[in-house]
Design a protein around this ligand. Structure first.
Ligand code: AMP
Ligand code: GLY
Length: 439
């Protein structure tokens, strides 16, 4: 045993999505975890953890559960409890928790805060203005011209962003948001910003308030249909690493974006500990920040954790206890990983709940294919049914992205769910780039 390293930990994981199933799988593998609970979890997480019937946003009951069950460490998946102060409440009880405190989660909770931080610390991002008032907002739209991006300031479940192709469309979106019709209070303040044209990339770093370690890159697929068509979703698939990531690009991301953010948050009196998930646009080789999230991405976490060979508990616990500087470098598989999301027919609009899913066990025997559940539950008969819009994540792992894609879709083909669908082209940009390189 390494002296000073806490082992035999009882860990509570908070959340119920595919991200949390991937975290549960990785945490349960750790020799440092003696018992894993998950609140509230899903049908898949039952394989790794004892489910606790407390919602992810019920801070009082989560803290009470952690105290009465002598939990050693809490890992928080989703953003809402972070923004609402779950980590603050746990720390008050001397329970270490992975994730930022409320005053740092504001980096995701308020787009205006994030943009002001960028301005103050010279972090490259789109030109912007913050508005409560229609006349001033309209004048700014005329100044910047279209296309232009209109964002609700607060959390709007990933849906508070309108990319307006014309000035009229922009003004309509502003009126809608300021009236409170579109996003309620989240839209009472707006950020309006320049449209950036480039290639999108998700980059993850883990911070502990003072320092940080690079983690991984991925590319998400936000639109619901093949060819990146249709409305935005929480993410229909992802792969890791992002195909155009290079050591030079990573260095630029770290030096110009991650490092000044960690230093800036500390200087502002709200040190950031947890995942810094940077949504980036790479414009002519220069990474620019679109947004920050204060938690792991979903579905990006599923392929990323399939590549991680180091112990995830070492990383998360070091972040929560300000000891990242003592952590050995992380080990990653050289393979690529790719995740296909299966969603309920109708998602991201209205969809039916309680539809039965079968064929899931067939994936247990497949090499380098892993199933992570998201919106699932077992009904009274023990059958798996959907309770959410994004429902299953099938991840393939292989030496090339094209092979990982093939493996993931082989997994998908085993699943019998007439009420679900998936995109058939996850990873298309990477596969196309790989083919072009081979010519
Ligand atoms: P966000 O919720 O800020 O990540 O925005 C959702 C999506 O809108 C992003 O993933 C981008 O595809 C797009 N987006 C947001 N801001 C901009 C921008 N300034 N320029 C271009 N696209 C953007
Ligand atoms: N995949 C997008 C998100 O986690 O916000």
């Amino acid at each position: 045993m390494v002296i000073g390293k806490k082992v035999d930990m009882k860990i509570l994981l908070v959340g119920s999505g595919g991200r949390e199933h991937a975290l549960a799988w990785a945490i349960a593998k750790s020799p440092r975890c003696s018992k894993l609970y998950c609140a509230p979890g899903n049908a898949g997480i039952e394989d790794q953890a004892e489910l606790v019937d407390i919602g992810a946003e019920d801070i009082k009951r989560l803290v009470a559960f952690a105290k009465s069950n002598a939990i050693d460490f809490v890992v928080v998946g989703p953003e809402a409890p972070l923004v609402d102060g779950l980590v603050d409440a746990l720390q008050k009880e001397d329970i270490p928790a992975f994730g930022p405190k409320a005053n740092a989660a504001i980096l995701e909770g308020s787009k205006g805060f994030m943009k002001d931080l960028c301005a103050k610390y010279n972090i490259p991002t789109a030109k912007y203005g913050r508005f409560h008032n229609l006349d001033k907002a309209t004048a700014f739209v005329h100044e910047l011209g279209a296309p232009i991006v209109i964002k609700a300031d607060g959390l709007a479940a990933g849906k508070g962003v309108i990319i307006a192709q014309t000035i009229d469309e922009a003004i309509e979106a502003i009126e809608d948001m300021l009236s409170g019709h579109a996003f309620g209070l989240a839209g009472s303040e707006l950020v309006i910003e320049e449209f950036m044209d480039g290639e999108e990339l998700s980059y993850f770093a883990i911070a502990d308030g003072k320092t940080f370690i690079p983690f991984a890159s991925a590319q998400d697929h936000k639109r619901v249909f093949d060819g990146d068509k249709g409305p935005n979703t929480g993410g229909m698939g992802a792969y890791s690493p992002a195909h155009f990531m290079t050591p030079e690009l990573e260095e630029k991301i770290i030096e110009t974006i991650i490092k000044p953010t960690v230093a800036g948050m500390e200087a502002e009196g709200c040190p950031f500990a947890g995942v810094l998930y940077a949504g980036l646009m790479v414009v002519d080789g220069t990474p620019k920040l679109i947004e920050y999230n204060a938690r792991f991405g979903d579905p990006e976490t599923q392929p990323i954790l399939m590549r991680l060979q180091s112990d995830i508990v070492d990383v998360l616990y070091a972040s929560a206890t300000q000891t990242l500087d003592t952590l050995a470098s992380l080990k990653w598989s050289d393979d690529a990983t790719l995740c296909v999301v299966m969603a309920a027919n109708g998602y991201p609009g209205a969809y039916e709940k309680g539809t039965p899913i079968s064929g899931l066990n067939a994936l247990n025997d497949m090499d380098d294919v892993r199933l992570f559940h998201a919106g699932t539950l077992k009904d009274n008969s023990g059958a798996v049914v959907n309770v959410g819009g994004r429902v299953l994540n099938i991840v393939g792992k292989a030496p090339t992205i094209e092979m990982a894609q093939k493996r993931a879709y082989e997994g998908v083909s085993k699943i019998d769910w007439p009420d679900g669908f998936c995109r058939s082209d996850i990873g298309w940009r990477a596969v196309k780039a790989l083919k072009e390189k081979a010519v």
